[in-house]
Every structure is written in C-alpha cells, then in structure tokens.
Design a binder for this molecule. Structure first.
Ligand code: C2E
Ligand code: MG
Ligand code: MG
Ligand code: MG
Length: 292
C-alpha cells in the first residue's frame, strides 16, 4: 500500500519502522539485562472455590520491575520474550520461583495450595521440558500435586499428538494441566477429550460479557456443562462483579479468579490474605454459627 501511495509515504513508513526496530532492540537488550539483574518478580492471584469460599489455588503471574519505568505488564514483554527465545530462561525462573514460594508457604504451616504457572509455546516446544520441570520440583522440594501448568487452548491444539504425549507424562508425574483462555481458540470440547486435561479456564472475555450478552451466557453455560460431562473442573477468569459470580454459581462453576476477590498480590500480601483465612464469598450456607 505504501508503494502505491508514493515515495514520501514509503519513507515515512520506513522511518517509523526504524523507530520500532530500535525500540524493539532497546527492549530486547533491557530484557537480557533484566534477567541478569533479577528485575522480575511474581505476583499471586487467588483462585476461590465457590462452594467453600476459600482460596483453593493461586496463579503466579510475572512482573517486570524496570528500573526507570516501574512495573511493566507481561502483555508488553512476554510476546517479545517469546519471539527472542528469552522466554525459556525467564519461564524456568518463573517456575522455580513459584514452586519455591509455594514450598515456603507450606513450611510456614499455611493450608497447602496448588500453584498454577503459565507455560509459553516456546517452552512447551523445548525438548527437555519434562526434565526441566522434574528438576525444579526436586530442587524446590515441592510435591508435584501442588503444581499445575496452564497452557493456552491454541497451543495444545497446534501441537496435537505431541501435546498428548507431553501432557500424559506431566499427568503421570502428578501435575495437573489447565487449559487457559478457553473459548478463544475455536476448538471443540470433544476434541479436547483426547488430552489429559483436568481444568478448563474460561477466557475472561466471555465472563465480562455474559451477563449482558445472551450469546456469551449460552456459551459459558455450554462450556461448563460439557466440561463437567468430560470430567473436567471449570475455572472462570476475570470475575469482577457480583452478578457474574451469581451466574457462575448458579451454573455450578467450581472456581473463580478475578478482581472481585483480589488482584494479583505480591508474595507478602498474598500470604497475609491466606493467613486471614477469611471466606471470600458468601456461600449462603457456611455461616460462622454453623462452623466450618
Ligand atoms: P492469563 O494467564 O490468562 O492470566 C490472567 C490475566 O488476567 C492476568 O493478567 C491477570 O492479572 C488478569 N486478571 C485477573 N483477574 C482479572 C479481572 O478480574 N479483570 C481483568 N480485566 N483482568 C484480570 P497479567 O498478569 O497482566 O498477565 C497477562 C498474560 O500474560 C497472562 O494471561 C499470561 O498469558 C501471560 N503471563 C503472565 N505471566 C506469565 C508467565 O510467567 N509466563 C508466561 N508464559 N506467560 C505469562
Ligand atoms: Mg494463566
Ligand atoms: Mg487466561
Ligand atoms: Mg490471557
């Protein structure tokens, strides 16, 4: 298109492209530095069991504490880390840090929780993925049952037979698998049956609109019913409102995650929340008089 519009336009585009290339290079350089200088940290967001109102799990989410910019969102740097391959060492750091932190909470006598860690496609394609994960569990002394790996729907589908093999190995080690961002990848639930997947996380875009858009409501209801039919547990992401919670509870969604309860917190704040032991939802039956 630029070509059709003449030389000036072409120069404009190429100048703009140079800036983008430069910015990318700068970002890439600082990503390298960030790994060396330990500028990454994890935040932790609770998953809440809708029947008990209790925290039943936690997702580890990476943050970049850039010395000049401050906290950078993963949406900004994960894609570049993925493209450049830096996601491999970064992802391993995330896994090790999350497992070590979970083990620390257990040693402090807090109720044991499963910690969910996101795996990128580049990591998933690494030959030594299984050994890497097994090595981290050994090193951090975390039992495999307290780790869950989140993979996006599109990644699992793309990798087909290889996914089946790897997910089966992980399952045999005792690690749970969750499909992240479900509903965004155009796959059918019956196809998913081929994969040893235990949990389904409904993408937040459906949760956001389901109380306003009847199509999204139908979709969410259908996903929950079918997932249950396949023996999977359902987790709703991005729950912000009471009405969303009510809808999900009415349709027997097991767990929810979202700002309604808590944003992702640093390790210390998450531990405080865990210690408070408070019920995060009014479960309607578990009142203090009854005792639970
Ligand atoms: P995700 O795995 O689907 O994580 C959920 C995202 O939704 C998180 O964004 C979380 O902060 C956000 N969220 C949670 N509750 C709510 C809510 O009620 N409303 C809204 N609007 N958002 C909510 P975050 O932390 O910015 O991460 C974005 C994505 O970056 C993640 O999506 C995941 O795909 C990726 N990511 C984060 N950490 C890692 C990591 O350690 N490794 C890899 N490979 N990817 C990561
Ligand atoms: Mg996730
Ligand atoms: Mg997600
Ligand atoms: Mg997402």
């Amino acid at each position: 298109h630029a070509k059709e519009q003449g030389k000036n336009n072409y120069q404009f585009y190429s100048a703009e492209m140079n800036i983008r290339v430069f910015e990318r290079l700068a970002l890439e350089t600082s990503l390298h530095r960030a790994i060396r200088q330990r500028e990454f940290l994890l935040h932790y967001q609770p998953r809440v069991d809708l029947r008990t109102g209790r925290i039943s799990g936690v997702e580890a989410l990476v943050r970049w504490n850039h010395p000049e910019i401050g906290l950078v969102s993963p949406a900004k740097f994960i894609p570049l880390a993925e493209e450049t391959g830096l996601i491999v060492p970064l992802g391993e750091w995330v896994l090790r840090t999350a497992c070590a932190q979970n083990r620390i909470w257990q040693e402090r006598g807090l109720p044991p929780l499963r910690i969910a860690v996101n795996l990128s496609s580049r990591q998933f394609r690494q030959e030594n993925l299984i050994q890497m994960v097994a090595g981290v569990l050994t090193e951090t002394h975390l039992a495999a049952q307290w780790l869950e790996l989140e993979l996006t729907e599109s990644l699992v589908m793309q990798e087909g037979e290889r996914s089946v093999a790897i997910l089966t190995e992980l399952k045999e080690m005792g690690i749970d698998i969750a499909i992240d961002d479900f509903g965004t990848g155009y796959s059918s639930l019956s196809y998913l049956k081929r994969f040893p997947v235990r949990n389904l996380k409904i993408d937040q875009s459906f949760i956001r609109d389901m109380t306003r858009d009847p199509d999204d409501a139908t979709l969410v209801r259908t996903i929950i019913t079918m997932a249950h039919g396949l023996g999977m547990k359902v987790i709703a992401e991005g729950v912000e409102l009471e009405e969303q919670l009510d809808f999900l509870r009415r349709h027997q969604c097991e767990e929810i995650q979202g700002y309604y309860f808590s944003q992702p917190l640093d390790a210390e704040k998450f531990e405080q929340l865990l210690r408070s032991g408070k019920s995060l939802v009014d479960t309607g039956f578990a009142s203090p008089e009854v005792g639970y």
